[in-house]
Design a protein around this ligand. Structure first.
Ligand code: 5RP
Length: 225
């Protein structure tokens, strides 16, 4: 199977977590895109009263299949949040934010009882950090934060919009530094250390709030742990 087929397969397995859930939390990315497409044809779609979305892209997609999107302030805590990841460990700690939606993803994950992480097998790692770690920053703090990230051993690079070549701007009107070469042996300590830098909105380590269930599209099956 191709990577995209594995993503679709694991998205299909995740549908069961959305049954009998009135308000769902929805992540961002190509695996979640498959999930929303599959949800569009599900017989229980109309039982879903609303969704809380982690990005403008996901909001548009959910609304296009007829699902109402509400704010987290309106919904209160959620039962289920489903999202992809760029890397996930056997301890269910994740590195996320390749799609740029890390801050809203982390907020909704924090407000959800169960975080179901859906990935293809290429995302499974023992140690996080091969994938560049996204750090969302206030634009005015970009250079200062970058210097602090260098002191932590990383090589930060400002994310640019591929189409325009201009700095990539998040849904929160902020910028992203993608940090290479960090040795993330203690993800919780690294998550805290980076979040402590003034100007950082959040970083893509999801270690303090790890996943509760990980579904992996692996070969012809989906495994869960
Ligand atoms: C977006 C994310 C995504 O979950 C992550 O990048 C994985 O994306 P994909 O499902 O496209 O592989 O964190 O901010």
């Amino acid at each position: 199977m191709t990577q995209d087929e594995l993503k679709k397969q694991v998205a299909h397995a995740a549908l069961q977590y959305l049954k009998n859930v009135p308000v769902i939390g929805m992540g961002t990315g190509s695996t979640v895109t498959h999930l929303i497409n599959l949800l569009a044809d599900c017989n229980f779609k109309n039982d879903i009263e609303a969704a809380v979305s982690s990005s403008k892209k996901t909001t548009d997609h959910l609304q296009s299949i007829g699902i109402k999107v509400i704010e987290l302030n309106q919904s209160g805590d959620l039962d289920i949040y489903i999202d992809g990841a760029d890397e996930v460990t056997p301890h269910k700690k994740m590195l996320k934010g390749g799609g740029g939606a890390l801050t809203r993803e982390k907020i909704i994950a924090g407000a959800s009882k169960t975080f179901v992480c859906i990935v293809d097998e290429s995302k499974c790692v023992d140690v996080l950090g091969k994938f560049p770690l996204p750090v969302e920053v206030l634009p005015l703090s970009r250079s200062f934060v970058a210097r602090q990230l260098v002191k932590l051993g990383g090589q930060p690079e400002l994310r640019v919009d591929q189409a325009s070549g201009a700095p990539y701007i998040t849904d929160n009107s902020c910028e992203i530094l993608d940090v290479r070469n960090l040795t993330i042996l203690d993800p919780i300590a690294m998550e805290k250390a980076i979040n402590d830098i003034p100007g950082v909105i959040t970083n893509g380590l999801f270690a303090l709030r790890a996943a509760d269930v990980v579904l992996v599209g692996q070969g012809s099956e989906v495994i869960s742990y």
